[in-house]
Design a protein around this ligand. Structure first.
Ligand code: FPP
Length: 247
């Protein structure tokens, strides 16, 4: 499918969530170590960000590190933490010298439970969020680190209770207190490397998301692979619990 067809499609998602799985398998298949798979995953992510912006997607959310990923071997966790931190350094350098490159014109937000990170890490997250918010909300890039869908809902509920001790909570109260805040729910969630599960990703927001699973491992997930997912999405009918045709 050509980019034009996608652009002309009325069925283009506003918000796409990505479960970037298969870095380890990708590395193993090449006799590389797992962390090299994660490194290759960063390049794949950057190409997908650029492509999404080019074809008019408004928001993308990448699942980079879950609340459960801390149980991985220390060496892998340390590598991922170092990767996030130096990646933020790279973004900060770009911001300080004229503006973002790959993420040009984007609002970039690291989302998740930041209390697990040190002061320096949190300072970088805050700086990037504040500086890139000046780009407006034309294109939003969320990178989920220490993110868990259940933890996010618990956080939202606790925040509400502490602000409103005697009130009953509504869906809207929860939605607006999620890490994704007032963003539109994802229309489409793409999971690479074949497994058909959400793995604690955007549990609240994914109520009516379409799910697309591809066997391709994340480092091999190219813009062409994304176009295939969009073509598939474009043919779906979303009913949100209603009927397609009235009786
Ligand atoms: C799952 O693959 C992937 C992760 C836990 C990490 C994903 C992170 C990235 C792609 C990098 C993002 C980086 C930045 C700087 C934004 P896996 O290791 O579980 O793969 P496997 O199931 O094949 O072992």
């Amino acid at each position: 499918m050509s980019e034009n067809n996608i652009l002309n499609s009325a069925n283009i998602p506003v918000h796409i969530g990505f479960i970037m799985d298969g870095n380890g398998r990708w590395a193993k298949a090449r006799n590389l170590i797992r962390t090299q798979g994660h490194d290759a995953g960063v390049s794949a992510l950057e190409k997908i960000v650029s492509h999404c912006r080019d074809i008019g997607i408004r928001c993308v959310t990448f699942y980079a590190f879950s609340t459960e990923n801390w149980s991985r071997p220390k060496q892998e966790v340390d590598h991922l933490m170092q990767m996030f931190s130096s990646y933020m350094d790279k973004l900060i350098k770009e911001i300080n010298s004229g503006g973002l490159k790959t993420y040009k014109g984007s609002s970039v937000r690291f989302i998740g439970d930041m209390s697990a990170f040190n002061e320096d890490f949190r300072r970088k997250v805050k700086f990037i969020k504040e500086k890139t918010s000046e780009n407006g909300e034309e294109f939003i890039v969320n990178i989920a680190v220490n993110y868990g869908g259940r933890a996010e809902i618990v956080h939202a509920v606790n925040e509400f209770i502490s602000e409103n001790p005697n009130k009953l909570i509504t869906e809207k109260d929860i939605s607006e207190r999620l890490y994704t805040g007032l963003l539109a729910d994802p229309d489409l969630i793409i999971r690479t490397a074949g497994e058909s599960r959400l793995s604690n990703f955007l549990l609240w927001q994914a109520s009516y998301s379409e799910i697309y699973v591809t066997p391709v491992c994340w480092p091999d997930f190219t813009p062409e692979e994304l176009d295939k997912a969009l073509e598939n999405y474009g043919k779906r009918t979303r009913r949100f619990g209603g009927l397609t045709e009235p009786d």
